[in-house]
Design a protein around this ligand. Sequence first.
Ligand SMILES: [Zn+2]
Length: 192
Amino acid sequence: MARILKCNWCKVSDTTKDEMEFETQYKQKKYYHKDCFKKHLEDREFKDKERNELDQLVDVIKEIYDVKIIPTVAFPLLQKIRNGEEIYGKRIKKTKEGYDFSLISEAYSHCSETIRYWNRKKEFSGFMQAFRYGLVIMSDKLPIIEKQRREQEMREEISKRRVYTKDQHHEDREYTFVGAKKSDEMDISDFL
Ligand SMILES: [Zn+2]
């Protein structure tokens, strides 16, 4: 008799072994409903991306503050920005989701000199005090950086479309150009 197995994603046991997906990289095979398996893979991809972006953000912060390790108490603050929650009772974004880690990295890079300036100027009692101060400076930049990123994406989208139409026009122009035999008469000043 076929065995009924528990899905590792939704934890429901209602499907036979041979109708489930499984992963083999673990000591014990992990089984999933076919739909749950897709969700599981998406979830893993998302988490990998988050982890990579957080690693990069940590590198940016380490460089700005010239430290080798960031204390674990700093991470919940970064996570709050990621989740769109308040930091220090100040709501930084109204929508459910916050800013992704790569955007926070960009915002940090954008004001790294300002943060370094205040690190020199103010007498902070330790890393966390300096970090909290810099976090406020950085979080003010987030809406600007996000807007810039969106505009950049739009520009790239538009230029992609433009290159395509240009290619089509180019063929027409070349045809007329050769036909008119204008190349010998051209002066360098035509290009200026
Ligand atoms: Zn399932």
